[in-house]
Design a protein around this ligand. Structure first.
Ligand SMILES: Nc1ncnc2c1ncn2[C@@H]1O[C@H](COP(=O)(O)OP(=O)(O)O)[C@@H](O)[C@H]1O
Ligand SMILES: [Mg+2]
Length: 329
């Protein structure tokens, strides 16, 4: 399809891992005879990414997220299946392909830590053969967007984690890539810097049309950024769709926080479980698989004197962790 920027078909990837026993004898034995097992990091994975999308790639530790990012960057090659990105095969056409992509790995720096970030930027200018004019223009834009004018002149090791991350973003975007891969970009970043980074990702997506693929543990990142999410568990995709669709299909309860006009005890309502009860306040969990929230409210109002109420729904975090455990509704 013409508007797909990446197409992943039947991709599997495994790693050889040497078994290491716990005892001294096992360790001694392994000097002569090393046994290994295969770890199937990705099993027959299929998906497409549309041009201009921000895709959230989620899953618990060890699910295979970083492996997929590395495959899409061309750092690794699939055992079987195919990856097409911008009409390249990433692992085969790496030299041409990398000019079109940027990558930020939260755990691994692309910057020279003893030098100011501006020196790494200059180096990237040479590596990617960016013209002086384009380089200046682009750097000015990015520095302005991220508000890092002074920061880029200090040695990277003196920067806070959030400041360093901003510089990582600049380094990965100077050559004007069409796709940006972000592997845990906000891990360890404080709340304010996190918000800045999210705003920045939105901007480069909207203003520069960069397609973004993001792995994260932070549901806040996902809710504020992603048009669509894929959830991966043990190398298999277990969900693919938008967040509203995720809620529609998987949300299992909503809660009513009720404030009563007078002291109210022993609340009983159909399809509602009392989670917390104080004299003038109660939290009720409504089983929305068996009733609607409006029906529950109607029942409540008929039976009790209600002063005010709030509706709270199951958090996305909780829905996703239920999907990991495959306790689908
Ligand atoms: N280079 C490697 N050698 C051996 N095993 C690996 C290697 N890279 C990843 N793995 C294994 O593959 C699985 C998926 O890892 P990874 O893609 O890093 O997961 P995630 O990023 O979702 O935490 C894990 O079991 C991990 O231990
Ligand atoms: Mg990872």
């Amino acid at each position: 399809m013409p508007d797909n920027i990446i197409e992943v078909k039947n991709v599997s990837k495994s790693f050889k891992k040497y078994k290491r026993g716990d005892s001294f004898f096992d360790a001694f034995k392994s000097l002569f005879h090393r046994e290994f097992e295969r770890i199937h990091a990705l099993k027959n994975v299929n998906f497409e990414i549309k041009k201009g999308e921000i895709l959230g790639y989620l899953g618990p530790n060890g699910a295979g997220k970083s492996t997929m990012i590395k495959l899409m960057c061309g750092i690794l090659e699939p055992d079987s299946g195919t990856i097409k990105a911008l009409n390249y095969t990433p692992s085969k056409d790496r030299e041409k392909y990398v000019k079109n992509i940027g990558a930020v790995f939260g755990q691994k720096s692309n910057l020279w830590t003893d030098l100011p970030a501006i020196d790494t930027f200059r180096l990237n200018k040479e590596i990617y053969k960016i013209s002086e004019h384009d380089y200046k223009k682009r750097l000015d834009e990015l520095v302005e967007l991220l508000d890092v004018k002074e920061i880029i002149k200090s040695p990277v090791r003196n920067l806070s984690f959030g400041e360093r991350m901003k510089c990582e973003f600049i380094a990965s975007l100077l050559h004007n890539p069409k796709i940006l891969f972000l592997d845990e970009p906000t891990v360890g970043v404080d709340v304010v810097a996190k918000q800045n980074i999210r705003n920045f990702i939105k901007k480069i997506n909207k203003e520069f049309g960069v397609t973004v693929i993001l792995t994260t543990h932070d549901i806040g990142d996902v809710e504020s950024l992603c048009d669509r999410i894929i959830i991966l568990d043990k190398g298999v995709h277990v969900y693919e769709g938008s967040i509203p669709l995720l809620k529609k299909n998987y949300l299992s309860y909503k809660e009513l926080i009720v404030y009563f006009e007078k002291e109210t005890k022993n609340i009983e309502l159909p399809n509602c479980e009392v989670i917390e009860s104080e004299p003038f306040k109660a939290t009720l969990r409504v089983d929305i698989l068996n009733t609607s929230i409006s029906q529950a409210i109607q029942n409540l109002m008929e039976k009790y004197k209600v002063e005010d109420l709030d509706i709270k729904e199951e958090s996305i975090e909780s829905i996703i962790s239920r999907i990991y455990k495959s306790e689908k509704k």
